[in-house]
Design a protein around this ligand. Structure first.
Ligand code: GLU
Ligand code: ZN
Length: 555
């Protein structure tokens, strides 16, 4: 029996060879420096912040270089695959507006000529490569059962030897072809292992784009490449895929760094030039006691992508934030280029933190506030409505019934040089502007009158204002002058400088008077521009609200 016979017996259905695939998936015709990269999630759960960060970076580097960004689904671990797992990945990509050039675009659609992009649909390709390895003495069938593997482990422990299936401990590595052939012919179960050519005493240097030069011993473990059910493991499948999909850069979590020597060995066995590696550090969180740990989907709500959707935090803000933690110079760049978008920034692997990135929700929300402040009133309206339709239908109805009015509310102190930064998310909007809607301005309200809180005094201020001063046709200067006149007429001081010098000569100042009006209209001391609010409400509603306020505090 020859190796070829053994390979035929193991892979009777393989028709194409490694060389055929090489031709079928030719080198891509791309400009110099174009990066071809991918995200290769496993459909084993909901995507989290760490996944999204990889997506954002991969999409960005491909775009920056006129390269290709594709989505591959790594679903060879059937036990961990969840129901609708692929759909969940697609949904997250869709929700976060990630543009893929190639790969899986829906549960049953793929685009691009380097597919299929779902690993379980690529079995015959993997088989061809495994067959090649068997033929060339680079892999072998292993018949060891769990007990035998466990015995080897105990034996190694006893001798204080390194644990693993390698060298003289790799029992089936030393089996004759005839014996292996016979066993398979007789129906024995087996896995396929790499016949490692590595030497543990030799060093291998990985020149990682993020981590720098990292040194490991060469791999000498005869890792399993194909399980007994014929399904390949990640280590093997992704080598074949990344080569045939002509990937130039592998971006992945740092948890894969230590298996890279095995991956490099596989590329070498096939005679392939390995892609460049960028192992991304963990996304970390600082606990209350100051210690750092991995951001956890279980412990940290902000690690889940659904959190942002539910809170109505804009996708762009999340991506901007991810870029600030991905590239240390991005934030400064953004400050210097306030009118540019992320697309104008050039991503650099060199500016990635090798030790991981701290995830700070406060900072993300700040970026979001800034971002929302620069949107137009139409954009805010549309986003707020979309959010409300899903999470607050009553508010959505108000927004729809009062579309122009709502947009005018959003327009207060917007579309100007220093816009007001009031919302970090669309879910906060209602809490901040509820008082602008009569439908919400009902029932027992809690008025937060500040310095002036005597009911009779308030009544006098409000009545005098509405009866003698307020005119909705006034421009802003006239309006404010009238508030000053009102102030002076009631024994308060309209000139702040004068007031500060002689506070005892007055009952209070113009700010105190404005506050009374503001609180009567909104219940709150902190609101956007009072002139705009008054104009939007209109004189009749001003009067009604003053009456409501007076009645409430007189109770
Ligand atoms: N399927 C692997 C994971 O989800 C992908 C690793 C890679 O990008 O190569 O971790
Ligand atoms: Zn074995």
């Amino acid at each position: 029996m020859t190796r070829k016979d053994l390979a035929e017996l193991m892979f009777p259905d393989v028709t194409l060879t490694k060389e055929d695939y090489e031709k079928k998936y030719p080198t891509r015709d791309l400009p110099e420096g174009a990066i071809v990269t991918r995200c290769a999630p496993s459909p084993t759960g909901l995507l989290h912040m760490g996944n999204l960060r990889s997506f954002v970076i991969a999409e960005k580097v491909a775009k920056d270089t006129n390269g290709v960004f594709y989505l591959r689904i790594e679903d060879t671990d059937g036990k961990r695959t969840i129901e609708n797992g692929i759909q969940k990945i697609i949904d997250a990509i869709h929700n976060f507006d990630i543009q893929i050039d190639e790969g899986v675009i829906s549960q049953d659609e793929q685009k691009g000529s380097y597919g299929p992009y779902i690993q379980t649909q690529r079995k015959e390709i993997y088989d061809a490569y495994a067959k090649y390895m068997i033929e060339n003495d680079l892999a072998y069938p292993c018949f060891c059962n769990e007990e035998e593997i466990e015995d080897t482990r105990k034996n190694q422990e006893g001798r204080k030897e390194r644990i693993g299936y390698y060298g003289k401990y790799a029992h089936c590595r030393h089996m004759s072809i005839d014996e292996a052939y016979k066993k398979i012919k007789n129906g024995a179960k087996y896995v396929v292992r790499i016949k490692s050519q590595g030497d543990y005493d030799k060093r291998i240097v990985i020149d990682d784009l993020v981590k720098g030069k990292v040194v490991f011993p060469e791999n000498d473990i005869d890792h399993v490449l194909i399980k007994s059910d014929g399904i390949p493991v990640y280590h093997f499948a992704h080598i074949v895929d990344d080569h045939l999909m002509r990937t130039t850069h592998i971006l992945r979590g740092e948890e894969w760094l230590s298996s890279t020597p095995l991956h490099l060995e596989l590329f070498k066995m096939f005679g392939y030039k390995p892609p460049k590696y960028a192992h991304l550090g963990l996304v970390l969180k600082v606990d209350e006691d100051g210690s750092k740990r991995k951001l956890s989907k279980r412990k940290d709500p902000e690690a889940s992508l659904s959190y942002y959707h539910e809170k109505g935090i804009p996708v762009t803000a999340v991506k901007l934030y991810l870029m600030t933690i991905a590239n240390t110079n991005f934030e400064e760049w953004m400050d210097h280029n306030p009118d540019k978008t992320m697309d104008d920034f050039k991503f650099s692997f060199k500016k990635m933190s090798a030790s991981g990135s701290l995830f700070d929700l406060e900072k993300l929300l700040n970026i979001s506030k800034n971002y929302i402040s620069k949107l137009t009133k139409e954009e805010v309206y549309n986003y707020a409505l979309t959010w409300a339709q899903e999470f607050d239908p009553d508010f959505a109805k108000l927004l729809q019934n009062y579309k122009d009015y709502s947009m005018s509310i959003f327009n207060i102190e917007r579309e100007q040089k220093k816009p007001r930064k009031d919302y970090a998310s669309f879910s906060e909007i209602k809490d901040q502007i509820w008082y602008m809607y009569d439908e919400l301005f009902v029932g027992e309200l809690d008025y937060n009158f500040a310095k002036i809180n005597d009911a009779n005094e308030i009544e006098e201020i409000l009545n005098t204002y509405i009866n003698e001063y307020y005119d909705e046709n006034d421009d802003k200067d006239t309006w404010f002058n009238k508030i000053k006149l009102l102030t002076d007429s009631l024994g308060y001081c309209s000139n702040m400088k004068e007031y500060k010098q002689n506070p005892n000569n007055y009952k209070g100042n113009v700010a105190d008077i404005s506050t009374v009006i503001r609180v009567a209209l909104t219940t709150s001391t902190m609101t956007p521009d009072l002139y705009e609010i008054s104009k939007l409400l209109g004189k009749d509603r001003l009067r009604a609200r003053f009456t409501k306020a007076i009645n409430t505090i007189k109770k």
